[in-house]
Design a binder for this molecule. Structure first.
Ligand code: ADE
Length: 239
């Protein structure tokens, strides 16, 4: 079973999300365990201080080493390093994507270290196996990044979504890294907008071919960076 630890100075922010979502359902179903830890519980003074001014000057405050080392050591004391990832959230990290979510869903223990203030004392980086960003923008803290990554990982765990592996097989990025074809449900015509005929035809081979083509078309128009390789590969299999 996957254990996820999240270490943060704003644990209440994570509780709101992780305790009332698919993630919470996954915990109830026994697919994973989530432990939210307050970094301030590892502070060394009665003000529960976890940050200090940077040496050499500069704006803002940096997170201090001792609370982080002790919090991470506490989370990892009973888990072997094999199958364990310690992820520092940072806008300067490797970009999180579906492939990484899949990779993480096979691990046994993930620790998310949520950054804050102007950043971490550089020595804290030595604790992490990965430094990860959820996108090219800067947020005030790593909580939303950790919650987003935990959600993307947990929904891939066996038994979490109804429909099993099929529930995640055809969605965006699941099919050769492309966006999902448009989907429709009842009614067949709504305010003059009709469901494409082919989806009502019952011809599964043609529907599948239509979905592939739509998926290619959409990806090429919205995310050409994703489309280049898979669509080119599609062309060669067609010819
Ligand atoms: N902390 C602040 N911005 C972030 C981002 N884009 N990804 C991960 N952690 C962050």
């Amino acid at each position: 079973m996957l254990t996820i630890d999240v270490i943060s100075v704003q644990p209440q922010m994570l509780r709101g999300f992780l305790e009332e979502s698919i993630v919470a359902r996954a915990v109830k179903k026994g697919a994973c365990e989530i432990r939210i830890r307050n970094l301030r519980d590892y502070a060394h003074d009665r003000w529960r201080k976890v940050d200090d001014k940077p040496y050499g000057g500069g704006p803002g405050m940096l997170m201090m080493c001792a609370p982080w080392f002790e919090a991470v050591e506490d989370c990892t004391k009973d888990s072997p390093s094999e199958g364990r990832r310690i992820i520092m959230t940072s806008p300067a990290g490797r970009r999180f994507d579906q492939r990484m979510a899949e990779e993480l869903s096979h691990e046994r223990h993930i620790v998310f270290m949520c950054g804050h203030y102007e950043g971490f004392d550089a020595r804290i980086r030595t604790l992490a196996t990965d430094e990860v960003s959820i996108g090219d923008y800067v947020m005030t803290g790593g909580e939303i990044a950790a919650a987003a990554m935990a959600d993307a990982v947990v929904r891939l765990l066996p038994g979490v979504l109804g429909g099993g592996a099929a529930a995640t097989a055809n969605e965006s990025f699941g099919r050769g890294g492309m966006l999902e074809a448009p989907q429709y449900t009842h009614p067949p015509v709504f305010r003059g907008m009709a469901v494409p005929e082919i989806l009502l035809s019952g011809d599964h081979a043609r529907i599948e071919a239509w979905r592939k083509a739509e998926s290619c078309r959409l990806t090429e128009s919205v995310r050409p960076d994703l489309a280049a390789r898979p669509c080119a590969a599609n062309e060669t299999t067609r010819s």
